[in-house]
Design a protein. Structure first.
Length: 369
């Protein structure tokens, strides 16, 4: 008689065919990433980053970001930002950021709570910081009652879907370094920005002088994988210690590194980001066609990466949300209208865009009736 015990199939707790435009965080992991996790699963290897997967990742990141970089795999984008910004600043210093910055609005005060570092927002139309705004902010911070500025953090691509051009970013780095500041890039969507600019990852960050990057894989085909990339490890000698103190040192680091290594193999990161950017452009073109046809819809931001922002009648947006997941960005954009955000993911299909546009057309028509 066999004593084998059958294992029940895992429960499926969601519709695997569900699609939406709420966030690229909602997408799953690419099959190559899942395969890399399986490959990394065999046997025992050293923990806390002393494994061959993390060593191979660091070599691959040097190809992208520069020969002297150091890599610190982390669990979350918030954690990576906290580690990077602590590494670039002294305890008493503050950090300049866009007034739209994710680190300012959507990380629960993590930098202030964990790092004890004050964030100072700068006005940033379309999410892009003006180099001319840095010097006044730095000079104002030199008052003895204020926290002197030690770093500038930028988001590439921005929270509003825009990207810093090479010239814009290089100018910001030049001005910031001239003022004695270090520069950090929150690169949760750095892959999308690099594709939009026709650059490699370093060409949209460290090769322009950026001192530290929080490079994200989670939004671009990974399951749970982020990494802090330091352009010059010697300039931030305590970064590895800060990663541990900030709860971001992963014991089984090979599983984080394997995901990022998969994305960096054969330019998978580029192909996935290009897909997301491309379908966002298709969606934007569809919205513009509806506007030309006389429907009350309009793009509100430049579409330069994988996010599309548009103004809709509030009632239309409410009905559309019941059909396709997305977020209202500004609930008081104009009288009777809201600004919405649609985010394309690496796995967004042409049919998903067609479905959203068809549903939008129907709801706009219903609104006219």
């Amino acid at each position: 008689m066999s004593s084998a015990v059958s294992t029940p199939a895992p429960a499926v707790l969601h519709d695997p065919g569900a699609r939406g435009f709420a966030s690229d965080n909602a997408s799953g992991a690419h099959p190559d990433v899942l395969a890399a996790l399986v490959a990394a699963n065999g046997g025992h290897v050293a923990s806390y980053g002393g494994d061959p997967w993390t060593a191979a990742l660091e070599e691959r990141l040097r190809e992208q970001f520069g020969a002297d970089v150091a890599a610190l795999p982390c669990l979350t984008g918030t954690g990576a930002n906290v580690v990077a910004l602590q590494a670039l600043t002294q305890r008493w210093e503050s950090v300049l950021c866009s007034d739209q910055a994710h680190v300012l609005h959507d990380e629960g005060g993590a930098l202030e709570h964990v790092g004890g570092t004050k964030l100072v927002p700068l006005a940033a139309p379309d999410g892009l910081v003006d180099p001319g705004s840095l010097q006044p902010a730095v000079e104002a911070s030199r008052h003895p009652m204020r926290a002197p500025v030690g770093a500038l953090t930028l988001t590439q691509s921005t929270e509003l879907g825009t990207t810093y051009s090479r010239e814009h970013l290089a100018d910001l780095v030049r001005v910031a370094h001239g003022l004695g500041l270090r520069v950090h890039v929150d690169g949760a969507r750095l892959a999308n920005a690099a594709v939009a600019l026709g650059e490699d990852l370093g060409g949209a960050s460290t090769r322009l002088g950026v001192d530290a990057v929080s490079f994200g894989g989670t939004k671009n085909g990974a399951a749970l994988a982020e990494v802090v990339v330091l352009r010059d490890a010697a300039a931030a000698p305590g970064a590895a210690r800060l990663r541990k103190q900030s709860l971001q040192l992963v014991s089984k680091a090979r599983f984080v590194s394997a995901q990022l290594l998969a994305l960096l193999t054969d330019d998978l990161w580029r192909r996935l980001a290009a897909r997301a950017n491309g379908v966002a452009a298709d969606l934007a073109a569809g919205v513009e066609a509806l506007a030309r046809a006389g429907h009350p819809v309009a793009l509100t931001r430049p579409v330069q990466a994988n996010a599309v922002f548009a103004q809709l009648p509030a009632d239309v947006a409410a009905r559309l949300q019941r059909r396709v997941p997305f977020h209202v960005w500004d609930p008081a954009r104009a009288a009777g209208a809201v600004e919405v955000r649609w985010v394309a993911s690496w796995d967004t299909a042409d049919g998903d865009v067609a479905h959203l546009l068809a549903a939008l057309r129907e709801e706009l028509g219903a609104g006219r009736g």
